[in-house]
Design a protein around this ligand. Structure first.
Ligand code: FES
Ligand code: FES
Length: 164
């Protein structure tokens, strides 16, 4: 039997009818049409589905949707400014070639967002630790680490951190 849950996603209140066994990724992608978060492994291993719940990165593919009631979800779609400007993390990934096929990128950027919100000037080791749960089959990670470092510089320069 379906239940109605309410939560905030990218600054807007969402009210969705869900089955209790659904996960958050299913609801984001198939009920709310927020398809930025990707379904990779579906088992909590690859990080392609990473979104922030109350500021913390979670694997949405294994996050029970009933647990999101009343919480604040941020997806990659919520990073873009209302004027259409890319978030500094998105700019930095483009500038430093942190994107190849792009499948891992939304999850990678959301993990990086959580890191930079907590630690605006991370070391390479701290960056690698923060994205340890995000698999990339393309880049070899060097450009991704450089992208996150560049985003830290951009954020230090303009102070923008997206909307939540
Ligand atoms: S799809 Fe969620 S961790 Fe792989
Ligand atoms: S850019 Fe292809 S998986 Fe990371």
């Amino acid at each position: 039997m379906k239940r109605t849950i309410r939560f905030t996603v990218n600054g807007n209140v969402a009210e969705v009818e869900v089955l209790p066994h659904w996960n958050l990724l299913r609801v984001l992608r198939e009920e709310l049409w927020l398809t930025g978060a990707k379904q990779g492994c579906g088992e909590g291993e690859c990080g392609a589905c990473t979104v922030l719940v109350d500021g913390a990165p979670v694997n949405a593919c294994i996050y029970p949707v009933l647990e999101v009631e009343g919480k604040n979800v941020l997806t990659i779609e919520g990073l873009m400014g209302e004027d259409g400007r890319l978030h500094p993390l998105q700019e930095a990934f483009l500038e430093k070639a942190g994107v190849q096929c792009g499948f891992c990128t939304p999850g990678m950027i959301m993990s990086a967002k959580a890191l930079l919100d907590m630690n605006p000037d991370p070391t390479e080791a701290e960056i690698r630790h923060a994205i340890a749960g995000n698999m990339c089959r393309c880049t070899g990670y060097v450009q991704i680490v450089e992208s996150i470092r560049r985003a830290a510089e951009l954020l230090a320069g303009d102070g923008s951190s997206g909307k939540e």
